[in-house]
Design a protein around this ligand. Structure first.
Ligand SMILES: Cc1ncc(COP(=O)(O)O)c(C=O)c1O
Length: 440
């Protein structure tokens, strides 16, 4: 089996190998892209991006007509991507004034933007309301009164959802589980805070309580946590209707849909999640006598993950006979902190040797001053020499958005490829960029 066949489910849709034995994405030779744009380089495949957007829209839409897919910008956003999501008819989930500004700069329709976050700042709320944001997803009681105050000053009635904590463990990494009671996010149902928020929201002068939201965590492989959450939230909504006259017009089970990173860890497809979530909402609406609400889904990782590939150039190779071989590349933890932060696993493919057999297992490591700066442990790759080009698939989500300038490194260039053409969508940082905000 060729490297490409082995990696087919984790590479972008358009990945192929050309007559030189080089990996191509979007019809572009990756080794040539590396030479032209430099490395580290992040490549986004436009076809894969648009396909996943359409798949989310269609798979949910055909099972649940009144649904809206909003892309969770935290996975990664810039202006070019925001324009694509807009064209694909998605809404947007933002968590900061920064993400909101990027959306604004792409003329994103503000009525399809949802504002999340556990500590939204006063000025961020003002900005959001001033720009006519669709929904603010209120996370706590402090924020509830803050949003009401800002809306009052702006003389508007702001649509809000309440983010609830259902008390569910999504069985993912501790840092990315969010639905448990002991979480900084959301209003717990069990403690009565969620009910208090419903009562306050319903009587607030400038708020319209449109619906309820939960987000259980990220990289969730099973539908069970979603089903449990839907049961809990719909029961709560029915209780709030009886006690306080609340109507749940919108409901969001959040995002968190897993993607496949390595060959041994396949993830369910979008249809699987769409089927289970739509069925649970219909059945629980019926069971609790509720009108089926509008469904808002918030995928981040599952939209951009597979569309992105990180490209590095091999430098130093350290062989410790009988122990291990280290292949160092010119990027690492500043552009992809996930392995160091969560122990995340990846695969690697040598882009200029895509037809060559994997002959050895090596650790692909970065160039930064931490031993934890390992991108891929035990990568099975052909023998490499300095100058070879390593591609790491499924790098579209939570790499660039978590990127830092550790060791005063330069954030990578980003390109979008389509129909054998590559377009720069973010230029590589320069040394001047590093000092431009220094004062004195
Ligand atoms: C509220 C909310 N919605 C959606 C997401 C997107 O999650 P994912 O990228 O796993 O789909 C997140 C991520 O943590 C989130 O916090």
């Amino acid at each position: 089996m060729s490297a490409l066949e082995k990696m087919a489910t984790i590479l972008p849709d358009t990945a192929a190998v050309n007559e030189k034995g080089h990996l191509t994405i979007g019809g572009c030779d990756v080794a040539k892209l590396a030479a032209k744009f430099g490395t580290p380089l992040y490549i986004f495949d436009e076809a894969t991006l648009r396909r996943t957007c359409a798949e989310f829209r269609q798979e949910f839409g055909r099972r649940y007509a009144d649904s809206l897919v909003i892309y969770a910008a935290k996975a990664f956003i810039n202006r070019a991507l925001a324009r694509i999501f807009k064209e694909e008819g998605l809404g947007l989930d933002v968590v900061s004034g920064g993400e909101l500004s990027i959306a604004k700069s792409a003329d994103f329709p503000m009525d399809k933007v949802y504002f999340h976050g556990n500590n939204k700042l006063h000025e961020e709320i003002e900005l959001a309301i001033g720009w006519g944001i669709g929904r603010i997803v209120v996370d706590n009681l402090h924020e509830l009164s803050l949003v009401n105050q800002v809306a009052k000053k702006a003389r508007i009635t702001q649509d809000i959802l309440l983010r609830l904590t259902p008390g569910i463990d999504a069985h993912t990494h501790e840092y990315i589980t969010t639905g448990v009671i002991d979480s900084k996010f959301g209003l717990p149902i069990a403690t009565g805070q969620a009910e208090e928020a419903v009562v306050k929201a319903l009587s607030a002068s400038n708020l319209k309580l449109t619906g309820l939201h939960v987000h259980l965590g990220s990289l969730i492989f099973s539908i069970e946590p979603y089903q449990k959450a839907i049961e809990i939230v719909f029961r709560f909504a029915a209780e709030m209707r009886e006690k306080h006259g609340f109507t749940m017009r919108e409901f969001s089970p959040g995002g968190g849909f897993a993607v496949q990173y390595t060959r041994d860890a396949p993830a369910p497809d979008i249809a699987y999640f769409a089927q289970a979530i739509s069925a649970a909402i219909k059945s629980r609406s019926k069971a609790f006598g509720l009108k089926p609400p509008r469904l808002i889904v918030e995928p981040g990782r599952a939209v951009v993950g597979r569309a992105g590939v990180a490209i590095y150039r091999v430098g130093a190779i350290k062989d410790i006979p009988g122990v291990r071989k280290y292949v160092a590349v010119d990027g690492g933890m500043p552009d992809n902190i996930r392995p160091a932060l969560y122990g995340s696993r990846y695969e690697a493919i040598v882009a200029n040797k895509a037809n060559k057999k994997a002959l050895e297992r090596v650790n692909i490591v970065g160039k930064f001053c931490e031993s934890g700066d390992v991108l891929v442990k035990d990568a099975a790759i052909p023998r490499v020499i300095p100058g070879d080009i390593v591609a790491i698939p499924v790098s579209g989500a939570y790499c660039l958005s978590l990127a830092s300038n550790y060791n005063a490194s330069l954030k990578p260039a980003i390109i979008l490829v389509k129909n054998s053409k590559a377009r720069l969508i973010r230029r590589r940082e320069s040394y001047d960029d590093l000092i431009q905000h220094d004062a004195g």
